[in-house]
Design a protein around this ligand. Structure first.
Ligand SMILES: [Zn+2]
Ligand SMILES: [Zn+2]
Length: 249
């Protein structure tokens, strides 16, 4: 394993996170242009802002990630393991679920906190400037919100053991869901979104309603916190959204 100095590790993580964001958003924006031509035709100014804030967020995300990655390489910090035999094999998929549940819990409560009027203006209004959001809005956060997001996985790797490959899967899910939940149309099939799984798992239809109504649907991956706390208002109304956009344009 190459042991990079701290400065290189910080820079490398920032670069990886920025490239990951650009690649995922670019890909899904391209898919959108094929499936929904003209979907973002009146949003180029908004998209520029989304890219600006997202790249700022990448730089913020790179600091704790680079620091913990450096500590892992140089000092053996964290509970990340590389040999599958270090834990029972059944634990590998369970660890993915544990990370998603923990991240979702953190996100739900910090997100609700940022919807208090004072904090909304300071930390979260940037994210809601995307009306409606596009495939480029996945990391469009004010730096304060970016800090709350940036520290989650670097903290969890100290608490919950995970194989390095499973961590890669968690980060891939985080990236893909972050982009697709904002891209303005539903990627997943009807049977999933409107079926039993869709009652518990969040996709674009659910998060879109958060961007329409603000005071509901705060979750990230799962709906249980919203359902437990009475903040779940079901799926967004895509047809109504499209009417709203054409009348606003
Ligand atoms: Zn959002
Ligand atoms: Zn919000």
């Amino acid at each position: 394993m190459i042991k990079a100095p701290l400065f290189i590790s910080l820079l490398a993580m920032t670069g990886i996170i920025a490239v990951r964001y650009l690649a995922a958003s670019c890909f899904f924006a391209w898919v959108t242009s094929k499936i929904r031509p003209g979907q973002y035709s009146k949003q180029s100014k908004q998209i520029r802002k989304e890219i600006y804030w997202s790249l700022m967020s990448a730089a913020i995300y790179g600091i704790p990630a680079g620091f913990v990655g450096w500590g892992w390489q140089h000092h053996g910090w964290t509970q990340i393991y590389e040999d599958f035999s270090a834990m029972p094999l059944w634990y590998a998929p369970l660890s993915i679920l544990l990370y998603l549940l923990a991240h979702d819990t953190w996100f739900y409560w910090t997100h609700r906190w940022m919807h208090q009027p004072k904090w909304f203006r300071i930390a979260h209004a940037v994210h809601h400037e995307s009306r409606p959001p596009t495939a480029w809005a996945a990391m469009s956060f004010h730096p304060i919100e970016a800090v709350t997001g940036a520290i989650v996985i670097p903290l969890l790797v100290f608490i919950i053991p995970i194989h390095v490959g499973m961590l890669g899967i968690v980060l891939a899910i985080m990236t893909i869901m972050g982009v697709t939940n904002h891209m303005g149309w539903e990627l997943f099939p009807r049977w999933l979104v409107h079926g039993q799984l869709g009652k518990w798992v969040i996709t674009a239809s659910h998060h879109e309603r958060h961007h329409q109504a603000y005071n509901c649907n705060y979750g990230l991956y799962f709906r249980h916190w919203d359902r437990l706390c009475g903040t779940d208002q079901g799926l967004g109304d895509w047809a109504k959204k499209r009417v709203g956009r054409s009348s606003a344009a």
